[in-house]
Design a protein around this ligand. Structure first.
Ligand code: HEC
Length: 447
């Protein structure tokens, strides 16, 4: 496979402090930090959507329990916002370090949209805090309150578009042209299915979270909160089940949208066993949830079995995701390395040649005297071997002045020496002594 647009890398060795296994450490950090990050982001998206949904339902049906559910969901939103952003820095930096030529290239293709990650995030953060902390103040201005919540959710939901387009771009350097941009990547089938899979997973993970959160809230002293806990547990079950089942279809679509060389590497390396493990575990979790779907009681043992099985799935998905990354990028990274090695070798040869041929370099560069003449404006009237407003410097050199005489003539020109010239030379008193000396040396040396 030949990739056309892989940039050269400037190899900067990672300081390992003598640690040989740095690749393994970075990989483990990448997989774990990304997993933690994405779980927070999943709950952020699901809970913020859920909060607006229940807020609206509570207002319409005048139901204080739904209102409480909505309010309870604002806590995970603000917590997940902060944790999600913090834990997101690590995978972003790790991917940048480990896959530099590919990741930076994709980031640059999407550079204007990356600004949305910054401004969109800030706006969404602030709006979601406003939504939470005006809950009681805006009790009687529900439509305004809902508008604030909806704006925050809408912004949160658009941020993954930028990330996903970047990720799909850096994973598929075969698709790069000299003119690939964010919108090209966004409207591709592979990006689309990954987004679908991701949003569905967000709601499924939030469903699990609601089951845990609701179970805790059922123990509250407050009657409304206890009922809100029941609603959370029941809603959690369907939020977990439906997206999970849909993802059984979306998942294979994601997989088979990748370029065939990547899929081939993925299967050859045995990563697909993790798919089988993940699907088996999630089917187990779904089965347990279905069995108790209409049972309002959800025992602690059941709950943790479901969560445990789902965690096996999430962990195997996070790991096989790295497998897919390696399967897709290994050839492109190898090419980047070869290119960069050649580039470094060429630069070294050029710099060695420059060192061993100092004369050639001196001829090629402008002498200090000539540079000073240019800087002082002499070359506006003089050229080396051509008559302009003033005589050619070669003609001046023929007069055989000493360098000191030339310096004096710079400060006090003698038009009488050059009767053929209409305009006399103005005294060049602005020229510093040292530069006048350099210029004089240069002129007298002209042959
Ligand atoms: C406005 C145009 C003009 C500028 C600027 C100018 N020169 Fe001249 N230069 C002349 C002319 C015209 C002559 C010949 C007539 C004269 O000397 O006045 C001349 C003559 C000379 C001579 C010959 C003097 C002699 O008597 O043989 C030297 C040396 C010289 N210039 C150097 C310089 C240097 C160095 C600078 C910049 C610091 C400079 N010139 C800037 C127009 C200029």
């Amino acid at each position: 496979m030949q990739f056309n647009f892989i940039p050269n890398d400037i190899p900067l060795p990672i300081p390992t402090g003598g640690l040989e296994a740095v690749d393994v450490v970075l990989t483990v950090l990448l997989v774990v930090a990304w997993l933690v990050h994405i779980l927070f982001i999943n709950v952020l998206l699901g809970a913020s959507t859920g909060s607006v949904y229940f807020n609206k339902r509570g207002a319409r049906e005048n139901n204080p329990v739904f209102d409480r559910v909505a309010y309870l969901l604002t806590t995970p939103v603000t917590v997940c916002e902060n944790m999600g952003a913090l834990w997101g820095v690590a995978p972003l930096l790790l991917v940048s370090v480990m896959f530099t030529p590919l990741f930076y290239a994709a980031t640059i293709m999407n550079s204007p949209q990356w600004l949305h990650i910054i401004y969109g995030n800030i706006a969404a953060f602030l709006l979601s805090y406003l939504y939470k902390y005006t809950w009681h103040k805006l009790e009687h201005r529900k439509s305004l309150h809902l508008a604030i919540g909806t704006a925050a959710v809408a912004l949160f939901l658009t941020l993954p578009l930028v990330f996903m387009a970047t990720v799909q771009l850096y994973l598929t350097p075969t698709t790069w042209t000299g003119n690939t941009h964010f919108w090209d990547a966004l409207f591709r089938a592979d990006t689309f299915f990954r987004l679908v899979h991701f949003y569905l997973a967000s709601f499924a993970v939030t469903g699990l979270f609601m089951m845990i959160y609701g179970t805790a809230k059922r123990k509250s002293d407050d009657e409304v909160t206890r009922q809100a806990g029941d609603v959370l547990v029941n809603t959690g079950k369907s939020w977990f089940l439906l997206p999970t089942l849909l993802n059984l279809f979306a998942g294979p679509l994601v997989l088979f949208q990748f370029p065939s060389y990547g899929i081939e590497n993925f299967f050859n390396a045995g990563w697909f066993w993790l798919i089988i493990l993940g699907v088996a575990a999630i089917l187990g979790a779904a089965y347990l949830t279905v069995k108790d779907f209409f049972n309002p009681e959800l025992s602690k043992g059941k709950l943790w079995s479901i969560v445990g099985l789902a965690f096996v799935t999430v962990l195997s998905m996070a790991t096989l995701r790295h497998g897919m990354r390696l399967s897709l990028t290994s050839e492109a990274m190898a090419q980047a390395k070869t290119q960069s090695d050649e580039f470094v070798a060429r630069s070294k040869t050029a710099s060695d040649e420059a060192k061993t041929a100092p004369k050639a370099v001196a001829v090629a560069t402008v002498s200090a005297g000539e540079a000073a003449a240019g800087k002082q404006g002499c070359l506006a009237c003089h050229a080396v071997d051509q008559k302009l407003v003033g005589p050619a410097y070669k003609e001046v050199a023929k007069r055989g002045y000493t360098e000191q005489q030339i310096v004096d003539l710079i400060y006090t020109p003698k038009p009488s020496n050059w009767p053929d010239f209409a305009v006399p030379m103005p005294p060049q008193t602005q020229v510093p002594k040292a530069e006048a000396a350099l210029i004089a040396q240069w002129i007298s040396g002209l042959k």
